[in-house]
Structures are given as C-alpha cells and as structure tokens.
Design a protein around this ligand. Structure first.
Ligand SMILES: *[C@@H]1O[C@H](CO)[C@@H](O)[C@H](O)[C@H]1NC(C)=O
Length: 233
C-alpha cells in the first residue's frame, strides 16, 4: 500500500510540467521584466531564479515558480505584498538543500491598490500555492561552560558553536541567573576552531552562572554536609 502510494507520487512528479529538470530562468538577466513600482507576475508554467535583489515592486504575484538562489548571500525582495496563487511555488531552500545564506523579504505596503481580499501588506498563498522555506539546520541552544561576569564579552560554551551552526552576526539570548530580562547579544567573533568560545556585543549586562557549581547543604543531624554539583544555565 505504502509502495503504491510512493509510486503514485513519483508518477505525479514526472508528469508535472515545469517542476522537472528544466533549469530556471535567471531573473537578473531579464531586468525589463519587472520595473520598479510595477505589479510583477511570474506567469504560470514559468520558473524564475531570484538571483539578484529586484527593484522595489508594488507587488509580486507568483503563478509559476520562483526559486531563491541558494548560492547568493543577502538578496532582498522588496514589494508591497507577495502573493503565491494557482499552482504557484515560492521556494527558499528545500529540505535536502536548505538555504544557508541570508534571504530577506521586505514588505513595504507601497502598492497603489491593495489586494481586494488579502489587504495591502502580506506574504500569502491561496488555491494550491506552496510556500517552501528551509533554513540551515541550527542548534538553537547550549549551556555556558563557566560563569560570565558582567562586562565580559567572551563566553565559553559547553558545545562548539560551529557544530551548532552559529555564525558571526547571529543574535543570541542568555537566560538570566537571577530575575531580570533576557536581552539580545550579537555574536561578533567565534574563537579558534575547537575552542567553544564566542565573543558577544554588547558585553554581558549581568552576571550569569555557568558550568559546574558545588552546592553545600548541611542538614540538621547529619554530621557530614551533603555535597552535590549542579550544571547551571
Ligand atoms: C524595506 O524597504 C523600505 C522601502 O524601500 C526601506 O525604507 C526599508 O529600509 C527596508 N527595510 C529593510 C530592513 O531593508
């Protein structure tokens, strides 16, 4: 049963007209296609590659396929709104080939006439549209390997930040040891490979506990205090 289902999907893939191997058209080499301020359309059955930052558009409607170029860092798509409709697809990375560069969609509310039902500033899909976004696999948290004192800008982690896919420019939070607000810190440097250190900016706004910490507890009758260690933060 499961096998038949897979076969069905495979056949469906083979007969889908434009999702096949045909290489996408580079949007940057057809710059007259969508002028600044226009209502730009990726027509059904067309497959475009977003390989530049297009001029600021009033709106972008995707009825074919728009594939974000995974190989280029820091591209920006700026439009009043982005609508994917019909059998359209917006693809920013796939599960097997995630997008590891920075991609920005900037919705400006700049178009003259809002969409009749969806409004004036949105990224939306309707009908059988697909919006696919897969970013780099990321370790989202780890532990501090030692205390960080207020004012320090280097901290030692329990794990290698590179193995977590952390990068310079990423923003992290450090959970508070005492009551207080968790504030964002930007990673401005990673220590040498294998060092498990990161440099943050601004410097630590408070003291944070990290690593192993002995806890002494003397109970009433017991002659020897109980000792234990706690990995904090
Ligand atoms: C988004 O686009 C608007 C209009 O061009 C611009 O003013 C704004 O700075 C852009 N925002 C970002 C985060 O790039």
């Amino acid at each position: 049963m499961a096998f038949l289902l897979c076969l069905g999907l495979l056949l469906a893939d083979l007969v889908t007209p434009f999702v096949g191997a045909a290489s996408p058209k580079s949007w940057s080499s057809m710059p007259n296609r969508c002028a600044a301020g226009s209502n730009c359309v990726v027509p059904a059955e067309e497959h475009w590659l977003l390989d530049w930052s297009p001029p600021e558009l009033a709106s972008l409607t995707i009825r074919g396929k728009l594939e974000w170029d995974r190989g280029i860092d820091d591209l920006q798509l700026t439009a009043g709104y982005v609508l994917v409709e019909g059998k359209g697809t917006l693809e920013i990375g796939t599960e097997s080939q995630p997008m590891s560069n920075l991609a920005t969609i900037n919705l400006t509310d700049a178009q003259a006439s809002p969409h009749p039902t969806l409004g004036s500033r949105f990224l939306a899909g309707q009908d059988k549209a697909q919006i696919l976004m897969h970013g780099r696999p990321l370790g989202t948290w780890t532990l501090l390997a030692r205390d960080v004192a207020q004012g320090e800008s280097e901290m030692e982690l329990k794990e290698d930040p590179r193995a977590l896919s952390w990068r310079i420019g990423d923003v992290i939070g450090i959970a508070t040891t005492n009551r207080g607000r968790t504030q964002p810190y930007k990673i401005v440097d990673l220590g040498p490979a294998g060092s498990k250190t990161v440099k943050i900016d601004p410097p630590a706004a408070a003291d944070y506990w990290g690593g192993w910490r002995p806890i002494h507890h003397a109970s009433g009758r017991s002659s020897s205090p109980i000792k234990c260690r706690l990995y904090v933060n």
